[in-house]
Design a protein around this ligand. Structure first.
Ligand code: NAD
Length: 370
């Protein structure tokens, strides 16, 4: 069996707390014979700034580049408010994504039956919800040039951000979405605003062509991004894979996230281009941040972090059986009543981070043994 190298970057705040629970699961995977992993821990974000004077050192970046996959906790926190812009903890994460070319951000919005009542929407709208948002992560308006604030002759200011997409950038994210749809229900919705944006016109044109040339077995629909936001809260289960650009993806994936209850439940994957062997650089992380308000208290929900490991098993290593086992262990732990504070019923304290990790581990052991 191949032994894979996992780089663990716990980061700041609750990052190390939830990463400890992932290490327990990795230990179980190794013991059970389902997989073989070597793990290494390193710093990113504020903890890297404290340790190395930079939010991501060159050595850590090299280690990330050499790893088979990276698991990251979260970065940031009030301790580092006011540090120079380039030294912000978030700059470490952005450098990691950019330097490893992680252009495809996969954010599942999954509603566990046991938690359907925690959603802001009615149970029947969200129960069984399983959407995969595929967001382009390294292009678009967050990176386009010019990006500046200039002072006009009358002393007022003018700010510019530039939305730019090339054919190649749209093609590669479209391939990721269509390939994923083939492994799911075979449906892709592509969201843009071709009615008012040139990037939207090109986006629609390229996605349509990639579909016609390579994926006639997948159903494709185009939806305007504003309508998509509305549909996500009106009838979210109509979507399966939803592909969109960086800006719309940022907003639409947060809308989808809130359909599922708590931020502590949501994993994500950021993938790079496939090499000749079909292997992609990949970073897996929870959607939530470092939650400084609860850091160190043992309240953090580790499910988003553990779910990120399940995505890693599936997308980096093709370990679908292990990923299914882990995801169903999470479902069963929840069905059995395991609740951290963020998903507990009102007035109840819930269990702590380690107890939730143990509840999931217990479910795994009950299926496959220790
Ligand atoms: P946050 O996601 O850290 O927290 C928002 C709220 O959700 C808080 O009340 C928090 O207690 C709760 N929460 C988050 N994760 C939870 C979990 N696993 N279990 C239980 N409750 C959880 O967002 P924020 O407060 O806006 O940001 C805090 C810091 O995190 C900031 O420095 C921000 O820049 C950073 N941040 C980092 C990332 C990242 O590393 N990818 C993402 C978002 C925010």
């Amino acid at each position: 069996m191949t032994t894979y190298k996992l780089l663990l970057l716990p980061g700041d705040g609750i990052g190390p707390e939830v990463m400890t629970e992932v290490e327990k699961i990795v230990g179980w995977l190794n013991r059970s014979g389902l997989a073989s992993f070597e793990t290494e821990r390193d710093h990113v974000g504020g903890s890297a700034l404290d340790a190395h004077g930079k939010p991501l050192s060159d050595e850590t970046l090299a280690r990330a580049d050499a790893a088979d996959a990276i698991l990251l906790g979260a970065v940031g926190g009030p301790k580092w408010t006011g540090v120079a812009y380039d030294l912000r903890p978030e700059a470490g994460l952005l450098r990691l994504r950019k330097d490893l070319g992680l252009f495809a951000n996969l954010r599942p919005a999954l509603c566990y039956p046991a938690l359907a009542d925690a959603s802001a929407l009615k149970r029947d709208l969200v129960e069984g919800l399983d959407i995969m948002i595929v967001r382009e992560l390294t292009g678009g308006v967050y990176f386009g040039e010019p990006k500046e604030i200039t002072t006009l002759p009358d002393g007022s200011k003018r700010a510019v951000d530039t939305q730019v997409y090339t054919t190649a950038e749209i093609e590669r994210i479209a391939h990721v979405a269509f390939d994923l749809a083939r492994k799911r229900s075979g449906r892709v919705a592509s969201a843009e605003k071709n009615n008012v944006m040139k990037t939207g016109v090109l986006w629609k044109e390229v996605v349509t062509r990639v579909h016609a040339e390579h994926y006639s077995d997948v159903a494709l629909e185009h939806v305007l991004a504003d309508n998509c936001a509305m549909q996500l809260v009106r009838r979210p289960k109509q979507f399966d894979v939803l592909v969109t650009d960086n800006l719309f993806g940022d907003v639409l994936s947060d809308v989808a996230a809130m359909l599922t209850g708590s931020l502590g439940m949501l994993p994500s994957a950021s993938l790079g281009a496939a090499d000749a062997r079909g292997t992609r650089k990949a970073l897996y992380e929870p959607v939530h941040g470092s939650a400084p308000d609860i850091a160190g208290k043992g309240y953090a929900n580790p499910i988003a972090m553990i779910g990120s490991l399940a995505m890693c098993l599936r997308y980096s290593f093709g370990l679908g059986e292990a990923a299914d086992l882990l995801e169903s262990a999470i479902t069963r732990a929840l069905a059995g009543g395991a609740r951290t504070r963020d998903i507990a019923a009102e007035g109840e304290n819930g269990i702590d981070t380690a107890q939730m990790g143990d509840a999931i581990l217990h479910e795994l052991e009950s299926v496959r043994g220790a």
